[in-house]
Each structure stands twice: as C-alpha cells, then as structure tokens.
Write a protein that binds this ligand. Structure first.
Ligand code: IPM
Ligand code: MN
Length: 352
C-alpha cells in the first residue's frame, strides 16, 4: 500500500519524538511491503520563526493532500509568558483543527501491565482501565466570540454549540460504544450551562437510535473526581472541548506518564495523529523525551487511517516489550538506567 503522510514535527521535543515514530513506521512499512512518502511541513513556533504564521497555507495544502497527518507538539515558552503576543503557536493548532474539520479528538486511556506501579494512583483502582474520551475539538469556548470591553478591564469568552455539532460528535461516541462495552457517558454541566443542556437533550434524542447502548449523564465536576477514583468503571465518554481538554490531562495520570498516550483527531478532511503531551521545552534537543506516545500515535494512524491492524498491533507489541524490558526514557526508568529518546527508537526498530 502507498501511504502519503504529512509530517508536522512542530516545536520543542516534537522533532525528536517524531524522528522515532518515523523510524518505527518505516521499519513496519518495510516489513509489510508498504511505501511511505513523508512530506514535512512547518507548524507552530517553528513556522512563526520561518514565515510569521503558525499554520501556513502551504502546510494546510500538504495536510489536505495527504492520507494522514502525523504531528509532534506545539508551543514555545517565549510566547507563554507574553500575554500581549499577537501571534501564538497554539493558534496554529486551533486553525489546523478548524481548517481540517477535525471535530473529534479520540483520546484512549489504558494501563500497561508492566507500568501499573508507575501511576501515582493505587494499583487496585486503575487495573483494567480501558476508556476513551471523545472530545469535541472545533467548537465551544475555544472558538466562540471573545474579547475585551470596558477599556480592557472586562474580558469575555463565549461557549457556543449547535445541535448539529453535538450530533456528529455523539454519533461517533455511540458507534464507538457499540464496538466496545456498549456504555456511553455524556459529561456536561447541565445543572448550570445552556450549552450543556443542549448537549444532554441532543444525546437523549439519539438514544432511541442505539437501543443497545446504555447512556449515563454525569456532571463534569463529579467526573473529575470519579475518574481518578474508579477509572475502570468508564468506557466511552463524550464531552465538549474545554471539559475534554482538562479531563484528558487528568486521565493521562492513570497510565503513569504523559509520555505514553496517543491520540487521533478525526473529522471532515485528513485525520491527524499526535501524542497528547505538549512540547516539553525544558527537554528539547536533549534526547531524553519519551517517544512512545508518538510511536503509539503512529500505530493509531496505521489502524484508523489505513485499516492496517496487524501493523498497528506489531508496533503496540514492541512498545509493550520495551516497557517490560525496561528500555525506557528517564520519566519511566526510576532508579534503573534511562535510555535516550533515540535509543528507545532504535531498539523498537531492531525488534520490528
Ligand atoms: C491539547 C492542548 C491544546 C488544547 C493547546 C496546546 C491549545 O492542550 O491538545 O490538549 O488546549 O487543545
Ligand atoms: Mn490539553
């Protein structure tokens, strides 16, 4: 099979972790006789430095023409501490999500048997956790009207959702629940927010189309608590953009490291695959960042974008093997030897 993939390394540790995912994907492609064409493009602070724009049109064209996008990370500290900066790397990410129509962000959370004790949560709480947070990605407060008034002394961000936006996200949630344990949790704040009441009403209306799915409705504040207390009682969760942003960071704690969790963003045009962690600027260029979230994102890409399940499973199995054998970066090594980012990548390639 010919795979035409846009490669957006981005900022910070992005390029280093992307390099490992490319090595692994190329090794898998060689083994299964696929031909991957990687087309690199600029994004984030790297793109601002080069062309003054965090998601240049040229990058968008490359993404639109590709079968899938593999993405590293975005963000640079020089913008974080400057609230007056008019162009920010993160705007590139939001623009990319919007222009590619990536309305659903699929963030799985699972545990690795060999790492259960790395989680700050107790083993008996997290064992068996296997949940998916389906986060709406192109609506809500991230994209609503915002601004200042009262001579700059009042600021506002508005959260808006249409019924159609909720329906298309919820449809994916119901379909995903059908392929799993047939349980769906709608996370909202319907006791306060009008947008949440629209979410709840819309999902309730859809229940009749999926009679086998059991739907629960829970408030986001309660979910924030239950997610770390009883994560293994959840399966597929659907939620709006900001709640999903917060809950998925919380959920990553369950697996033991931010450096492990992959994600897929899907929607109207080309799907995008990226680690859930950020650009980790403190580690940039040091060859110490954990590449596994990006490698596992490449696995998701093989499976979801190309239907290549065996290839994805091979990547997951060598990743598991590396964890079992302790071929891990410093975030996971504890008192044992810490391997470099590139050494972990090489080890994975050799084992493929
Ligand atoms: C994420 C990130 C982004 C978000 C930032 C970098 C804009 O935190 O992908 O979760 O808030 O969506
Ligand atoms: Mn986030």
């Amino acid at each position: 099979m010919k795979l035409n993939i846009a490669l957006l390394a981005g900022d910070g540790i992005g390029p280093e972790v992307i390099d490992q995912a490319v090595k692994v994907a190329d090794a898998v492609a060689k083994k299964f006789n696929h031909e991957i064409t990687w087309t690199a493009a600029l994004t984030g602070a790297a793109a601002i430095d080069a062309v003054g724009e965090p998601y240049p049109d040229a990058t968008h064209e490359i993404c639109m023409a590709a079968d899938a996008v593999l993405f590293g990370a975005i963000g640079h500290p020089k913008y974080d501490n400057d609230p007056k900066a008019t162009v920010r790397p993160e705007q590139g990410l939001l623009k990319m999500r919007k222009k590619l129509g990536l309305f659903a962000n699929v963030r799985p959370t699972f545990t690795f048997p060999s790492l259960i004790d790395n989680s700050p949560l107790k083993r008996e709480r997290i064992e068996g956790t296997d949940l998916i947070i389906l986060r709406e990605l192109t609506g809500g407060i991230y994209f609503g009207e915002r601004g200042r008034k009262d001579d700059g002394n009042t600021a506002f961000d508005t959260c808006t959702y249409t019924r159609a936006e909720v329906q298309r996200l919820a449809k994916l949630g119901f379909e995903m629940a059908m392929t799993r344990s047939k349980r769906l949790c709608c996370v909202d704040k319907a006791n306060v927010l009008e947008t949440s009441r629209l979410w709840r009403e819309t999902v309730q209306d859809m229940e009749k189309d999926y009679p086998e799915v059991t739907v629960s409705y829970e408030f986001v504040d309660a979910v924030a608590m239950r997610l770390v207390q009883w994560p293994n009682t959840y399966d597929v969760m659907i939620t709006e953009n900001l709640f999903g942003d917060i809950l998925t960071d919380e959920a990553s704690v369950i697996s033991g490291s931010m450096g492990l969790m992959p994600s897929a963003s899907i929607g109207v045009h080309t799907s995008l695959f990226e680690p859930i962690h950020g650009s980790y600027p403190q580690a940039a260029g040091k060859d110490i960042a954990n590449p596994l979230a990006t490698v596992l994102s490449a696995a998701m890409m093989f499976e979801d974008a190309f239907g290549l399940i065996e290839e994805a499973e091979l990547i997951r199995s060598v990743v598991n093997k590396s964890l079992e054998e302790g071929i891990v970066t410093e975030d996971l090594s504890g008192t044992n030897k810490a391997y470099k980012t590139s050494e972990v990548g090489d080890w994975l390639v050799n084992n493929i």
